[in-house]
Design a binder for this molecule. Structure first.
Ligand code: GLU
Length: 233
């Protein structure tokens, strides 16, 4: 189980995502990656091995955009390759995931039958395709994320960004920790407080089963029963 960072910021996201991932190195990892919304579209850079390799990728092909997600992976399903590194994405959504999706095989078969093609050997990639399937049906990002999370068995902390939604970051947790960081006109998600510590000291620890819907101005939390929830800062 490794590191997650999500940023809805007012400055280019890629360098900040990398800065945060460096703080998470202490947890150990085998690959790393980031995805940002660049002109509304999802763009990714990923690399096997050290964060230095990801930095080289970004130096060769920089990413603009102030909203993004980042991940350090400790492989459980699939080799520690660039292809298996997070974020996983469709053209509509990009996700990072800590933990293990126990029912990924059944979900993957179902999604493959519906025409989804998979690019990795990970359990995590089904999350991107499940959410994308909901978006294809016309659901809002929030509804698509809630529906997808309801179908996941196992342990997860997740952060997602959505193409065409530059002011939206959704997180969910069950069995793996996730925090919300509250900045000044900025919002963050992190696998722990250290992940968001370069940007803010104001943190909300999400409860088991929570889904957090973030914009730069506001955080809304939905509890495991689907009801609005307040959590202390
Ligand atoms: N199970 C996922 C994978 O193998 C996530 C691993 C992690 O928590 O880093 O990609």
């Amino acid at each position: 189980m490794c590191g997650i960072i999500g940023i809805l910021g007012g400055a280019p996201a890629a360098p900040r995502l990398v800065e945060s991932l460096k703080r998470l190195e202490y947890r150990g990892y085998d690959s790393a990656g980031v995805a940002v919304l660049d002109g509304g579209a999802i763009s990714r850079r990923r690399a096997a091995g050290k964060i230095r390799n990801l930095e080289l990728e970004l130096a060769n092909a920089p990413l603009a955009g102030a909203a993004g997600i980042g991940h350090t992976r400790w492989a459980t399903h699939g080799a520690p390759t660039t292809q298996n590194a997070h974020p996983h994405a469709t053209d509509k959504v990009a996700i990072v995931h800590n933990g293990i999706i126990e029912n990924f095989r059944a979900l993957r078969e179902e999604l493959a039958r519906a025409g989804h093609t998979f690019d990795s050997e990970t359990d995590s990639e089904v999350i991107a395709h499940l959410i994308s399937a909901g978006l294809d049906k016309g659901l809002t990002p929030e509804a698509a994320a809630l529906n997808a999370v309801a179908r996941l068995e196992g342990a997860f902390a997740i952060a997602c960004i959505f193409a065409g939604h530059d002011d939206l970051l959704i997180g969910a947790r069950k069995g793996s920790p996730l925090v919300v960081g509250l900045g000044d006109g900025e919002m963050f998600l992190g696998s722990d407080a250290i992940a968001v510590s370069p940007f803010t000291a104001k943190v909300i620890y999400l409860d088991e089963g929570d889904v957090a819907v973030l914009t730069r101005a506001k955080v809304r939390i939905i509890d495991v029963h689907g009801a609005p929830a307040e959590r202390p800062v």
